[in-house]
Ligand binder design. Structure first.
Ligand code: C2E
Ligand code: MG
Ligand code: MG
Ligand code: MG
Length: 283
């Protein structure tokens, strides 16, 4: 009896595995075609300078509209793209699209805007990473100082010597470098000081608990103070309410982004948002 039960259990498990695998295989096949089918698009989230109250940057975030499943979040398909060896073509597409959108905004008069571009650890570790980034911006005739490369701590920490080498190569061309999700890794700020960085982005999880947990508020305060002592700018991500904003202003955080100001927006909506923001600002 125990045996047959065991077999049944296996059968159930097996069935489930099969459907999961089928779904997985379909999604993988779809992802292969997604670039050519033009199923990706970018949305942009404004980044506000707290001292001037102006939008000085936007973060580019990829979106995938799959024919069968609709919107698939990047948290789901980026790891898949990494497994399938598709992260390089997808990331190159992102940077090219950013360059095109940069030119469009430039023509409309938004000429100082910086564009944050997220980079997968897998791509960063590729030998040709820095060269590809440089080549794309040169081909598109975009000054690299308008591109802000976002990398996590765990992306740059292993093989520090090689990371520093790549980052220096990019800095020489003018790229800005940001550490994304800062505080979730295990690196000390003094260690990070070995890397040629411009900005720390405080992870949302800390921002969420500002004014809720004293300890997290203290961590945010400490990150800002220490970052400034190392001449790094600070961006707080995931700002959702006025309390968080007031705290960040008081602590002299440089930039904020989050739903409190705007969700990530398609380019046309972003342009509308800029005009409204400017009108409000001039008042
Ligand atoms: P990330 O770079 O840390 O991006 C921030 C995420 O927080 C985005 O989610 C954004 O939509 C979301 N967010 C912004 N403001 C708020 C807020 O106030 N509250 C909350 N709850 N969330 C907020 P998204 O777009 O789903 O992206 C998730 C992650 O996927 C990104 O985290 C990034 O690691 C990755 N990703 C997105 N686009 C790309 C890309 O083009 N290339 C690569 N390699 N990774 C990407
Ligand atoms: Mg990011
Ligand atoms: Mg982040
Ligand atoms: Mg993240």
């Amino acid at each position: 009896e125990a045996k047959s039960q065991g077999r049944n259990r296996f059968a159930v498990y097996h069935e489930k595995m099969k459907t999961n695998n089928n779904e997985q295989l379909k999604l993988e096949a779809d992802l292969h075609k997604a670039v050519k089918r033009k199923e990706f698009h970018l949305v942009y989230q404004p980044q506000i300078n707290l001292r001037t109250n102006r939008i000085e940057g936007v973060e580019a975030l990829i979106r995938w509209n799959n024919r069968r499943k609709g919107a698939v979040p990047p948290g789901e398909f980026i790891p898949l793209a990494e497994d399938m060896g598709l992260i390089v073509p997808i990331s190159d597409w992102v940077l090219k699209q950013v360059c095109h959108d940069f030119k469009k905004l430039h023509r409309l008069g938004f000429q100082k805007l910086r564009f944050g571009v997220n980079v997968s650890p897998l791509y960063f570790r590729e030998e040709q990473f820095a060269e590809n980034m440089i080549q794309i911006t040169e081909k598109e005739k975009i000054p690299a100082r308008f591109i802000d490369i976002e990398l996590t701590e765990s992306t740059i920490m292993p093989n520090a010597t090689s990371s520093i080498h790549k980052l220096l190569q990019m800095k020489k061309h003018g790229f800005k470098i940001s550490v994304d999700d800062f505080g979730t890794g295990y690196s000390s700020l003094s260690y990070l000081n070995r890397f040629p960085l411009d900005t720390l982005k405080i992870d949302q999880s800390f921002v969420k608990s500002i004014c809720k947990f004293d300890e997290d508020s203290s961590i945010v305060e400490a990150i800002i103070t220490m970052a400034h002592s190392l001449h790094l700018k600070v961006i707080a991500e995931g700002v959702e309410n006025e309390k968080q904003l007031d705290f960040l202003k008081k602590e002299k955080c440089d930039f904020v982004q989050g739903y409190y100001f705007s969700k990530p927006l398609p380019l046309d909506d972003l342009i509308d948002f800029f005009y409204k923001w400017e009108a409000e600002w001039i008042k």
